[in-house]
Design a protein around this ligand. Structure first.
Ligand code: FRU
Length: 510
């Protein structure tokens, strides 16, 4: 008898104990039960943001990935919905893996055989129970209202990997071809038969029949990306205008597993990087072989941007998984049988070839300016009164570089269990060694990009912290399981600190 996977997931969600867990974030996307990993199919529909994500509802007892679904109108308060993609078809029985969404409008809807505005693409994962052999196919789910979701009867769209590659062939990103109106492209992360990573491109006019165009290549990159790790996961292309030059660039963001760059950073087992070029056919030109990490934190992976209707343009919003690899052994598994979260969506822009990421949500800052602003603060530890009593908050501080003579930063947590975030001139240092979760790295020192202003913005939500320095020039995401009885944060000053501006806001669990 086949299992009723929809009912089983609903039962797991109904029995969930997450709401009682003091570590469960209150203004981020978190799983209703079980394990969350990559964001999937992010999209904007009018005034509502929809986030789908990899959800294993039976974790840690059984690994089976669905697409979970949450929505929000302010990017702060998220509602859980029933899972949107259930892995109950012959081609996805071992999991509905990652993918993205595209929102059609007007004649685009009429031109699509599915006649639906919301098109969600994913990888059907199938493992032979006897041989363990994997088949990866690319599949389509559509919806007219984002409440009911229907798998396309013609699935799978692309039944298996192309010749020359292994079955590590997944994570489709579908986008409109800006150069050929009415045509779509699909970028897929792959492993070549020689076990090196790459990405391939397909092309379609109707979103259901796809033709292989070829492998993405990087002319002029000096071979930098030719043998760049053993598998590329979650590749995505996004077009951004450089704020300095006004020129359009195609930014490729992806997760090359198994690279070993000879420089600072890349401490995570699985990195997430970007390079900036011009996509012409299947060539990403003008990258010069230059790449950077998207986020310097311990926990960050598989980001993607929100899809929008062309007639409803808005900022480019990026959200990532605040997790990495299989680092599942977190305190929340014990207390609430859930693990991982998505980052706060970030507004993405490009300046002098580098990504700038600023927190997207902008409610009025209700808790006001910290009293310490305007004073010259001497060495010591100062409670930030505006945050006292709160475990979910956002804080922004600007310092005067001339008058600030020593390291300064924030301490979150209690004397015994805390996370320290310190700016020491051009270095950001994060230390979570006394917190309840540090298995995969406890201290990280990051050289700030040149000219980075002494502006520190921190989003802290119970057990998740995102650190932004220099108005989005550098971002570092980490899980921060500090003392559950501690609230607020303290300003750490070692020398003189002149704060010129600051603001705060706090959040209560809904
Ligand atoms: C990245 C990833 C994807 C895959 C999904 C499975 O974290 O491994 O490549 O589609 O997770 O959950």
């Amino acid at each position: 008898m086949t299992e009723d996977l929809k009912r089983l997931s609903q039962e797991a969600i109904a029995a969930s104990a997450v709401a009682d867990d003091p570590d469960y974030p209150c203004f981020h996307v978190v799983p209703p039960v079980g394990r969350l990993n990559d964001p999937n199919g992010l999209l904007v529909d009018g005034d509502t943001y929809h986030a789908f994500y990899q959800l294993s509802p039976f974790h840690p007892h059984r690994k089976l990935v669905y697409w979970g679904h949450s929505s929000s109108t302010d990017l702060l308060h998220w509602r859980h919905h029933a899972p949107a993609v259930i892995p109950d078809s012959s081609y996805d029985l071992s999991g509905a893996y990652s993918g993205n969404a595209i929102v059609l409008e007007g004649h685009e809807v009429d031109a699509a055989p599915t006649r639906a505005p919301f098109q969600l693409f994913y990888t059907g994962n199938l493992k032979d129970p006897v041989t363990d052999e994997r088949t990866a196919s690319q599949c389509l789910v559509t919806s007219g209202d984002l409440t009911d979701f229907a798998k396309w009867p013609g699935n799978p769209l692309i039944p298996a990997h192309a010749e020359g590659y292994t079955s590590h062939y997944r994570d489709p990103q579908v986008f409109r071809d800006p150069d050929r109106p009415g045509e779509y492209r699909m970028l897929i992360g792959v492993q070549r038969a020689d076990e090196t990573g790459a990405a391939v491109l397909y092309r379609s006019r109707d979103l259901v029949s796809w033709e292989l165009e070829g492998e993405l290549s990087f002319p002029g990159a000096g071979g930098a990306f030719d043998a760049f790790g053993y598998m590329w996961e979650c590749p995505g292309l996004v077009r951004l205008k450089d704020e300095d030059t006004g020129e359009d660039w195609d930014v490729l963001i992806w997760c090359p597993q198994g690279i070993t760059p000879d420089r600072e950073g890349f401490e995570n087992i699985f990195p997430c990087v970007y390079t900036v070029g011009h996509l012409v056919g299947t060539e990403l030109r003008d990258t010069g072989g230059v790449f950077h990490e998207v986020d310097r934190g311990f926990e960050f992976y598989a980001p993607q941007v929100f899809a929008r209707r062309p007639s409803e343009p808005g900022p480019v919003l990026l959200t990532g998984w605040a997790g990495n690899a299989s680092e599942d052994d977190q305190p929340s598994i014990e207390t609430g049988q859930w693990v991982h979260a998505l980052t706060m969506p970030r507004i993405l822009s490009l300046k002098a070839g580098r990504l700038i990421q600023c927190p997207a949500a902008s409610l009025p800052y209700d808790a006001g300016e910290p009293a310490l602003v305007g004073e010259c603060v001497k060495a010591g530890l100062y409670e930030i009164d505006e945050l006292s009593g709160h475990r979910s908050w956002q804080l922004r501080l600007e310092a005067d570089a001339e008058q600030t003579t020593g390291p300064w930063g924030l301490q979150i947590g209690s004397d015994d269990s805390h996370v320290d975030i310190t700016l020491d001139r051009q270095v950001l240092r994060v230390d979570r060694s006394t917190s309840r979760y540090a298995q995969h790295g406890s201290v990280r020192s990051v050289t700030l990009p040149e000219g980075c202003a002494p502006v520190l913005e921190v989003i802290h939500d119970r057990s998740l912290t995102e650190v932004f320095v220099g108005d989005g020039a550098l971002v570092l995401t980490l899980r921060s399981f500090v003392d559950v009885n501690s609230t607020g944060a303290r300003l750490m000053v070692d020398g003189d600190l002149a704060l010129t501006a600051g603001s705060t806001r706090t959040f209560a669990p809904s």
